[in-house]
Every structure is written in structure tokens, then in C-alpha cells.
Design a protein around this ligand. Structure first.
Ligand code: HEC
Ligand code: HEC
Ligand code: HEC
Length: 358
């Protein structure tokens, strides 16, 4: 497989090289994982769940559905109690992925296994299939405990509040022309794995810090200072340098890496191909550098606010906002799909009087 990927003898036009051309628009059960799929999984082929190593039990004459319902019964199909369906391993079958270069390009279940949630036996289902009361099926009986199949992920209702931003600055006034050091923290990370997770070559979380006037106009952006101690620091500061490739860098052209205002702290995984270039093609990644947020940690960011002398006598609002999005606008544009919305995860703000006379 590895050979097949790199030593393509034919050289189709660029468009065909990266586009996964699907015939007609997909519909119905074609769209994703369907009921029967999960409920026919009997076991996992290896100790570690990854790369779809499920062992199904389905086919003619085999119609047993599995989940973790107590005393299951159905008039239509067989039922079996399955502890596999109660735990994170089931999800890891598809949410852990190792590419042909041996790189973990998706690792949500592996990330989870290193958190307090795993240690307390709080599985993925607890958050993504929250327990609820009711009938699991129309003909079934009322039960106090079954599971919503919502699978909430990277959209507003789920991402809002997934972490909290705090400005640590306790003065109400600052002198004009002064240099004010600020600490901003990102903590209370409420995901059961790193944040962001999933298709991390795409997912981004970033922190914007700026000063606004009373009308909400941005007066001054506070860029995050570079950290010379970290050789990968430049990947963690938003940049629009054209250095991100939709596929392998040999296949060009490059896109704007983050497609965001520059100079903000960004928490992301950057996938690097065999030439050391940034790629959105996870199947070409030979190395990943990342700084994603971990449940239980508090990330501290330091800023310097050079208070302009001309703002003397005004009240300003210092605002820090944490954002999430599913993919860079530059990549969406390249793929010809709608740009994904920027979702506000958490804001914090502080009104500050700049002393003196205007
Ligand atoms: C991605 C995998 C997945 C898909 C797709 C899925 N389920 Fe489930 N389902 C589960 C898991 C996991 C549980 C058990 C959760 C637990 O016990 O913590 C479950 C539980 C159930 C139960 C038992 C009652 C309960 O809620 O615990 C029923 C009935 C059920 N699913 C029906 C369906 C139907 C119908 C569909 C399609 C509309 C479907 N499932 C799609 C994973 C899936
Ligand atoms: C058979 C493979 C498979 C299994 C098993 C599976 N998933 Fe998924 N999951 C997928 C795929 C594929 C997608 C992307 C679907 C899409 O975008 O249409 C997905 C998407 C998701 C999303 C994101 C939804 C969004 O739009 O943001 C969540 C959350 C999720 N799965 C949680 C789980 C949990 C929890 C389990 C275990 C109970 C699980 N999955 C088991 C394949 C699977
Ligand atoms: C404590 C609650 C919690 C637990 C436990 C948890 N998650 Fe999540 N998960 C979240 C939240 C909140 C988000 C939305 C923020 C984000 O994308 O990280 C999320 C997002 C996701 C996404 C969407 C990523 C995307 O690309 O859109 C997937 C997939 C996912 N989780 C799978 C899992 C799997 C698999 C497990 C278990 C191994 C799990 N989650 C355990 C809270 C949880």
C-alpha cells in the first residue's frame, strides 16, 4: 500500500490526483455509519482498536443486534448484550487511524485513554451518547436508561464552553504609554480527549487577544510573542504564508496555512510530509507537530500590551476569545465547498480606564 501511494506510474492531471471523485451524489445510508454497522460488530481483531479492525457478525441468517441494554428483546431481530458497546474501544475502531507511514493520524480513543475520564471509566458514550430515559424503539418498553444517538461533535452546541479563557489582570486603570504584561489562560478543557480532536490535520482552535473601544471596534491587536525556546513555535502562531498543501507538496500548489488574522496563538496539529512540508493529506503525513489542549491542563499565554499614549482618558475593553473551526477557509475554497463557521468557544473581557486627559 505504501508503495502504491508514492510510486504512481501514471500521472493524471492535478485535479484528479487529489480529488476523490464520487459518482452521483450520495444519499441515505451511504452517507455514513449506519445502525446495522455498529450493532453487528461482535469484537475487535487486535487488542488495540484502530483502522477499522472490527469483526462483524452479519449476513444471511445472522441477524443478531448488539448493545448494552439490560434484558434486550426485539420482535424482529435477535439481541445480544455486548460490553464492547459500552466502552471506548468500540469508538476507537474508527476514531484511531494509523497511516501507511506508521503515524497516528487520528487518535481520539488513544488520547482519551490518557485522561482522567479513562481512569474514572467515563467512556465516550457518556458525552456523545448521553443516557436518557424512554423507549429505545417504538415497540420496546419504557426504560430509565438508554442512549441518545446524537454524536454531537464540532458544532456550536458542543464546542461552546469546551474550554474557558481567563484574562488575569486585576487593575481597573492603566497609564497611557505604559507597557503592561498580561497573562491569559486557557483551561477547564471539557473534552474527553485533546481539544481539538478528530481529523486534526484540519481542526483548529485559536486565541485572539485585542483591545476594543466602547462600540466594539478593534483598536489594537495584541500578537502572541514568539517563543524562541520552542523550535516548532511558528506552527502555533497563525500565519498566511502559502505553505500548506492539500496533498503531497510535490503536487502543489500551496494554500495559505491558517487563513486567519496573523499573530494569534493557534492550538493545532500540523502534519508534515516526506519533504517536511505542511500537508492536509493525512495519508502523506510522516510526522506531526502539535500543541493541542489536554483535559485537566491550564495553558498560560503571556502578552505585552503597549498602551498607546493617544488613548489617554478613554475606557477600553480588553477581550480574549477562543475559537474553533473544522477546516481552514483556504482549504474549503480549494475544495470548492462552503467555508466552515468560526465558532466561539469562550470569551473573557475586562473594561479598563486609560488614565489622563484625552
Ligand atoms: C457509531 C455506532 C452506532 C450507530 C451508527 C448506531 N448505534 Fe445504536 N448504539 C451504539 C452504542 C455504542 C450503544 C450502547 C451505548 C452504551 O451502552 O453506552 C447503542 C445502543 C443502542 C440501542 C440500545 C438502547 C440504548 O440506547 O442503549 C438501540 C436500540 C440502538 N442503539 C439502536 C440504534 C439504531 C436504530 C441506530 C440507527 C438509527 C443506531 N443504533 C445507530 C452505537 C451505535
Ligand atoms: C464504523 C466506524 C465508526 C465507529 C465504530 C464510530 N464512529 Fe464516530 N464517526 C465515524 C465517521 C466515519 C464519522 C464522520 C461522519 C461524518 O462526518 O459524516 C464519525 C463522526 C463522529 C463524531 C463527529 C460528529 C460531527 O459531525 O462532528 C463523533 C462525536 C463521533 N463520531 C463519536 C463516536 C463515538 C462516541 C463512537 C463510539 C460509541 C463512534 N463515534 C464510533 C465512524 C465511526
Ligand atoms: C467529557 C466528555 C467527552 C468524552 C468522554 C469524549 N468526548 Fe469527544 N468531544 C467532546 C467535546 C466537548 C467535543 C467538541 C470539541 C472537540 O471537537 O474536541 C468532542 C468532539 C469529538 C469529536 C469530533 C471531532 C471533529 O472532528 O469534529 C469526535 C470524533 C469525538 N469527540 C470522539 C470521541 C471518542 C471516540 C471518545 C472516546 C474515546 C470521546 N469523544 C470522548 C466531549 C467528550
Amino acid at each position: 500500500m505504501q508503495q502504491g501511494l508514492r510510486s504512481e506510474a501514471v500521472n493524471p492531471p492535478y485535479e484528479q490526483r487529489w480529488r476523490n471523485s464520487l459518482p452521483a451524489p450520495k444519499h441515505g445510508a451511504d452517507r455514513g455509519v449506519f445502525c446495522d454497522f455498529c450493532h453487528s460488530i461482535r469484537s475487535i481483531a487486535n487488542r488495540q482498536p484502530f483502522n477499522h479492525n472490527y469483526m462483524p457478525d452479519a449476513g444471511p441468517g445472522r441477524n443478531k443486534k448488539r448493545a448494552d441494554l439490560e434484558f434486550p428483546w426485539s420482535p424482529y431481530h435477535g439481541t445480544q448484550v455486548s460490553e464492547l458497546h459500552e466502552g471506548a474501544d468500540l469508538c476507537g475502531i474508527c476514531h484511531n487511524e494509523k497511516n501507511p507511514f506508521g503515524v497516528w493520524v487520528k487518535a481520539t480513543q488513544i488520547e482519551w485513554s490518557d485522561t482522567v475520564y479513562a481512569r474514572r471509566d467515563i467512556s465516550c458514550q457518556w458525552c456523545h451518547m448521553p443516557p436518557r430515559a424512554g423507549k429505545p424503539a417504538k415497540m420496546g418498553r419504557e426504560r430509565p436508561w438508554n442512549h441518545a444517538h446524537w454524536f454531537g461533535g464540532g458544532f456550536t452546541g458542543f464546542v461552546e464552553g469546551a474550554a474557558a479563557v481567563t484574562i488575569h489582570f486585576h487593575e481597573d486603570t492603566v497609564p497611557p504609554g505604559s507597557i503592561v504584561p498580561l497573562e491569559i489562560t486557557v483551561g477547564d478543557i471539557a473534552t474527553g480527549h485533546l481539544f481539538p480532536t478528530g481529523a486534526t490535520e484540519e481542526r483548529d482552535v485559536w486565541l485572539r487577544v485585542a483591545v476594543y473601544d466602547a462600540q466594539g471596534n478593534e483598536l489594537q491587536h495584541l500578537p502572541v510573542p514568539p517563543n524562541p525556546q520552542d523550535p516548532n513555535d511558528r506552527y502555533f502562531i497563525t500565519s498566511n504564508v502559502r505553505e500548506a498543501y492539500p496533498s503531497h507538496s510535490d503536487y502543489g500548489p500551496a494554500l495559505a496555512r491558517d487563513a486567519l488574522p496573523e499573530g494569534d496563538r493557534i492550538y493545532q496539529d500540523v502534519f508534515l510530509d516526506s519533504k517536511g512540508k505542511v500537508t492536509f493529506g493525512q495519508w502523506y503525513a510522516v510526522r506531526i507537530v502539535g500543541n493541542r489542549l489536554k483535559p485537566g491542563e491550564t495553558r498560560r499565554e503571556r502578552y505585552t500590551w503597549n498602551v498607546p499614549a493617544r488613548q489617554a482618558g478613554t475606557e477600553v475593553c480588553l477581550r480574549a476569545t477562543l475559537w474553533y473551526r473544522r477546516m481552514a477557509d483556504s482549504h474549503a475554497e480549494h475544495l470548492g465547498i462552503d467555508k466552515r463557521p468560526h465558532l466561539l468557544v469562550s470569551p473573557d473581557e475586562k473594561r479598563i480606564q486609560i488614565v489622563g486627559n484625552p
